[in-house]
Design a protein around this ligand. Structure first.
Ligand code: NAD
Ligand code: LMR
Length: 332
C-alpha cells in the first residue's frame, strides 16, 4: 500500500541551497524512493517571485513522489502540519566574514520561527538547522520553542563529516563509501574538531584503522584537520558563494539517517543538545558521534579521548559558549 505523504518544510527555499535541496527531496533522496512528500517552501517577500519560479520548476520536473507544493512567504502557512523542517533561511557568510558577523541577523530569525514551528508543526516534527551560525541558531530555536522536545532539534555538521570522509578517501585512494566513523566534534565553524581516531577503512581482511593506513600523524593532526575546518571558506573563495550542492546533499544524509537509521556499526556526526557526554557542557548544541534507530539518535558512548583531542573538544565548546552569550546579547 502507498505510504502517506510526509510534509517537509524548507526555509530559504529560493536560495542556492534551497534550489539544490528541493529536487533531492522530491526525488526521494532524503526519505526514500517509496516515500511520497509534500514540499513546503518558505522565503521572504523580496524572494517571492523567485520562489514561485522554483515551484514552477518542481511542477515541470514531474517528480512521481511529489504530491504537493506550498510556496509561501507566510511563516504560519509554511510551518502548518510539517513533519520535518529544514531551516536554511538566513543570510549566508560572504568572503572575509566570520560566522559571528552573521549572528545578529540570523538569531532573531530563529527566535521568530521557533514560535511558528512550536505552534503549527506536526507533533514530533524533526528540525534540522542549516543556516549559520548553525549550532547557535538551533539552540535559539530550542530555547524559544520549549514545547518541541530537545531531541527533535539538531544542526547540520554532516557536511563537515562528509568532507572528512572525502579527504581520507582522496589521501588513501580508496572509495569514500569504504571509509567510516570519522567524527566532527563541536561547532560548525573553524574550531570544529575532525577526529579520525575511531575511523576505519573497509578492506578484504576487515576494517582497518585510518591511523594505521595513513601512518603520517603530522598530516592527520595538522593539514587534514585544517583542510576540513577551512573547507567552507575555501569553497566561498573559489565560488564566491558558499557551498550549496554538498550542503543540500548532507542535509538529505542527516535526515535520512535520523529517520531511517544508521547502518550497523556506523556512526555519523549530528549537532545535538549536549547532555554532558564526553564532559561537553550541557546547554549547547554540539556535534557528537551518533547512531540512529527508530527515528531517534543516541550519542555513541565510551570512545577514548586522548589529550590532544580533549583540548580540541574543549576549545570548540568554549567557542559555542561564547556564541551563546553573544546570541543572547543580540536578542536583548
Ligand atoms: P542564500 O542567500 O542563497 O539563500 C538564503 C535564502 O534565505 C534566501 O533566499 C533568503 O531570501 C532567505 N531568507 C532570508 N531570511 C529569511 C527568513 N526570515 N525566512 C525565510 N527565508 C529567509 O544562502 P545559501 O547559500 O542557500 O545558504 C543558506 C544558509 O546556510 C546560510 O546561513 C549559510 O551560511 C548556511 N550554510 C550552512 C552550511 C552547514 O553545513 N551548516 C553549509 C552551507 C551553508
Ligand atoms: C560551509 O561550511 O560551507 C558553510 O557553512 C559556509 C560557511 O559559512 O563556511
Amino acid at each position: 500500500m502507498a505510504k502517506d505523504p510526509i510534509r517537509v518544510l524548507v526555509t530559504g527555499a529560493a536560495g542556492q541551497i534551497g534550489y539544490a535541496l528541493v529536487p533531492m527531496i522530491a526525488r526521494g533522496v532524503m526519505l526514500g524512493a517509496d516515500q511520497p512528500v509534500i514540499l513546503h517552501m518558505l522565503d521572504i517577500p523580496p524572494a517571492a517571485e523567485s520562489l514561485n519560479g522554483v515551484k514552477m520548476e518542481l511542477v515541470d520536473a514531474a517528480f512521481p513522489l511529489l504530491k504537493g507544493v506550498v510556496a509561501t512567504t507566510d511563516v504560519v502557512e509554511a510551518c502548518t502540519g510539517v513533519n520535518i523542517a529544514v531551516m536554511v533561511g538566513g543570510f549566508p557568510r560572504k568572503e572575509g566574514m566570520e560566522r559571528k558577523d552573521v549572528m545578529s541577523k540570523n538569531v532573531s530569525i530563529y527566535k521568530a520561527q521557533a514560535s511558528a514551528l512550536e505552534k503549527h508543526a506536526a507533533a514530533n516534527c524533526k528540525v534540522l538547522v542549516v543556516a549559520n551560525p548553525a549550532n547557535t541558531n538551533a539552540l535559539i530555536l530550542k530555547e524559544f520553542a520549549p514545547s518541541i522536545p530537545e531531541k527533535n532539534i539538531s544542526c547540520l555538521t554532516r557536511l563537515d563529516h562528509n568532507r572528512a570522509l572525502g579527504q581520507i578517501s582522496e589521501r588513501l585512494n580508496v572509495q569514500v563509501c569504504d571509509v567510516k566513523n570519522v567524527i566532527i566534534w563541536g561547532n560548525h565553524s573553524s574550531t570544529q574538531y575532525p577526529d579520525v581516531n575511531h575511523a576505519t577503512v573497509k578492506a578484504p581482511g576487515g576494517d582497518t584503522p585510518v591511523r594505521q593506513l595513513v601512518a603520517d600523524d603530522d598530516w592527520l593532526n595538522g593539514e587534514f584537520i585544517t583542510t576540513v575546518q577551512q573547507r567552507g571558506a575555501a569553497i566561498i573563495k573559489a565560488r564566491k558563494l558558499s557551498s550549496a550542492l554538498s550542503a543540500a546533499s548532507a542535509a538529505c544524509d542527516h535526515i535520512r539517517d535520523w529517520v531511517l537509521g544508521t547502518p550497523e556499526g556506523t556512526f555519523v556526526s549530528m549537532g545535538v543538545y549536549s547532555d554532558g557526554s564526553y564532559n561537553v557542557p550541557p546547554g549547547l548544541i554540539y556535534s557528537f558521534p551518533v547512531t540512529c534507530r527508530d527515528g531517534k539518535w543516541s550519542i555513541v558512548q565510551g570512545l577514548s579521548i586522548d589529550e590532544f583531542s580533549r583540548k580540541k573538544l574543549d576549545a570548540t565548546a568554549e567557542e559555542l559558549s561564547e556564541e551563546k552569550a553573544l546570541a543572547y546579547s543580540c536578542l536583548s
